[in-house]
Design a protein. Structure first.
Length: 241
């Protein structure tokens, strides 16, 4: 398959429900923010691991470009995380993988690299006796939402892949185009609903409200989740980065 065929196949498999059962049991992650003498608290609900295709016994953590990731999120009522949520997930994870980068180059976007990296992650999981469904982090960069996308339309935002101690290998970046993906990327979905100060509220509303946004975002209010035209990647246009 070329990249467009693979993205279509990935979307079809996920939309049809071919994902491990353990990813359907979301993990709570609580964040707090104190500003102007007021404390904000929000609990978001995230997939315990990155999105994967397959069964509980045989699955592949699957990178996606931004178009595919947002299509999946919209289909099932999820959003992509902010940088602040990514950090909170890392802090509250029960197990931290140690990043294992592969040799850079055009092969980074190959299915072979996807499989190889997944096998390396699984080897760490077996060594650490990590049960599927445990909240884990440190093994991929996250595709995130950020206000930088409004300034860089047609781009994908990447952040994370924390080293032991929490320092990210990848600072927040929009260097790649919306159609780009490689083995190091992961899609961690966040439920569109959260508990905010004791009440159920859409995450999107929290992020767009300047008063409450700081609990989930270190950029202030985030007005737009994505800034690209659906169908762009499937049209055959490909990011060259």
């Amino acid at each position: 398959m070329d990249s467009r065929q693979r993205e279509r196949a990935v979307l079809q498999e996920v939309i049809h429900g071919n994902i491990p059962t353990f990813l359907r049991r979301l993990a709570p992650v609580t964040l707090t923010s104190a500003q102007g003498g007021m404390t904000q608290t929000a609990t978001v609900f995230v997939m315990p691991d990155y999105l994967a295709i397959g069964s509980d016994d045989d699955y592949l953590r699957i990178p996606m470009n931004l178009e595919t990731a947002t299509a999946v999120a919209a289909q099932f009522g999820f959003l992509l995380p902010t940088k602040r949520i990514v950090n909170a997930v890392y802090e509250q994870s029960a197990f931290h993988f140690v990043p294992e980068p592969l040799t850079p180059g055009p092969q980074m976007s190959s299915t072979d690299y996807y499989r190889r990296h997944n096998e390396m992650i699984e080897a760490q999981a077996r060594a650490g006796a990590v049960a599927p469904g445990t909240l884990v982090s440190g093994h991929k960069k996250d595709v995130v939402v950020t206000n930088l996308l409004a300034k860089a339309p047609g781009r994908i935002a990447i952040y994370g892949w924390q080293r032991p101690g929490g320092a990210p290998i990848q600072p927040l970046s929009t260097v790649h185009g919306v159609c780009y993906e490689d083995y190091s990327h992961g899609i961690r979905l966040v439920s569109e609903m959260a508990w905010e100060n004791g009440a159920l509220r859409p995450v999107r509303d929290i992020l767009q409200d300047p008063v409450t946004a700081p609990v989930l975002s270190d950029e202030g209010a985030i007005r737009a989740v994505t800034t690209f035209t659906p169908g762009f990647c499937s049209s055959g246009i490909r990011d060259g980065n």
